[in-house]
Design a protein. Structure first.
Length: 392
């Protein structure tokens, strides 16, 4: 049995944040019915690299879901959503605040229709406050949440992380909220509730000591490139042939082992470097000593030497490295599956790993509106008939 078997989820969002939350629930057995626009469907179907007209990203984001095509601007589409919401446990949406209300599908309407329904609302700035009606994509949430200011080399233009991390963080916070609301409903006898997740708040929530450092000391943390400000040594160091190696020698005993491994016993035994605060004050000296050693050696030798000394060390992976790595393969993080047309495709595995009820891939991402007739033709929420065995 799947961990979320029997959970009925109605997904009205599109692109990344809402659908990623839906994907996470679907991976663990929830029956997710995805509502898509009749014309073109979710725009993610055509984002980035496509194979025969469909994005391979879509194959990851919408696996294990069923697709219903509706025009939510029309009364017929709105009535269909209400009919499904009457039987749903969860409804996910990530439209601009006010959009659902304009369609007659706001929280008050849905709660009156189905008091047990839990509604997850993900938006750029939340359902309240002066910015609520502003359009908010992940990049703006990352900037307002404080992340973009830190993502650069000192003195250079701030850069994006490389993926839509703001959207994904919001989705994961949304899933956490859903699971808490489900527990309250099932264990404490509570009703459904509305979960309000803002992209910028989800980013801000992982900014560690950023705010208290500013409040207590007036410190405005800035970009630090590959270093970890206030914790030393932890950085990327050049090796021979131009490769970079990541070394985290910031534990007290780890630092001593690191210095011994690079033949700097003078630093290993220096009383002033025994604790992190002393090392931070001399981080430039320490980094220079480490790189003087790594520069003369190929990265393979550096990693082998530091691993033998039990110092955390690693290379910077490309996706080619990931696809061939034995750790990824051993933990089923590279899964061979197939799309709706039977073509093979490798996709990321499922996180987290549950010992008794692990997630699984049951069905490929659906074609647009593939399940519309069956689902809308049912009197109540129709169960799945295609999940008797894992897809991969």
């Amino acid at each position: 049995m799947d961990a979320l078997q029997g959970l009925k989820v109605l997904e009205l969002g599109q692109l990344i944040a809402g659908p990623f939350a839906g994907k996470t629930l679907a991976d663990f057995g929830a029956d997710v019915i995805k509502i898509e626009p009749v014309e073109g469907g979710d725009p993610l179907r055509t984002w980035r690299l496509m194979r025969e007209g469909t994005s391979v990203w879509w194959e990851v984001q919408s696996r294990n879901k069923r697709s219903v095509a509706l025009d939510l601007r029309q009364e017929a589409g709105q009535k269909a959503v209400l009919a499904l919401a009457a039987h749903a446990d969860v409804l996910i949406e990530n439209f601009k605040p006010g959009t659902m209300e304009d369609w007659g599908l706001g929280w008050e309407v849905l709660h009156a229709l189905n008091p047990k329904l839990i509604m997850l609302r993900i938006s750029g700035f939340g359902q309240t406050g002066p910015y609520r009606v502003k359009p908010g994509f992940g990049v703006l949430g990352e900037a307002m949440g404080g992340l973009r200011h830190l993502s650069a080399e000192p003195g250079r233009v701030p850069v994006r992380v490389g993926v839509s991390i703001g959207d994904t963080l919001a989705a994961l916070h949304g899933v956490i909220g859903l699971l808490m609301a489900l527990r309250h409903r099932e264990v404490n006898g509570g009703q459904g509730q509305m979960i309000d997740v803002a992209l910028y708040e989800s980013v801000f929530n992982v900014m560690e000591s950023l705010l208290p450092e500013y409040d207590a000391f007036g410190a405005v943390r800035g970009a630090a490139g590959s270093a970890l400000p206030g914790i030393a040594p932890s950085n990327a160091y050049r090796c021979a042939q131009g490769a970079y190696v990541l070394v985290a020698g910031n534990g007290d005993s780890i630092f001593r082992r690191l210095m011994q491994a690079i033949d700097r016993n003078d630093l290993a035994t220096d009383p002033g470097l025994a604790r992190n605060d002393g090392r931070v004050a001399r981080v430039a000296e320490i980094d220079a000593a480490i790189e003087a050693w790594t520069l003369t050696r190929p990265i393979e030798e550096v990693i082998a030497c530091l691993e033998a000394a039990h110092v955390p060390v690693g290379r910077i992976y490309t996706v080619a490295d990931i696809a061939a790595d034995p750790q990824y393969l051993a933990r089923d993080m590279i899964v061979q599956t197939q799309d709706a047309d039977g073509r093979p495709l490798k996709v990321p595995g499922i996180v987290p790993k549950l010992s008794q009820t692990p997630g699984r891939l049951r069905t490929p991402a659906p074609r647009l509106g593939e399940h519309t007739d069956r689902i809308l033709g049912a009197v109540a929420w129709p169960g799945r008939d295609d999940d008797s065995s894992p897809q991969a």
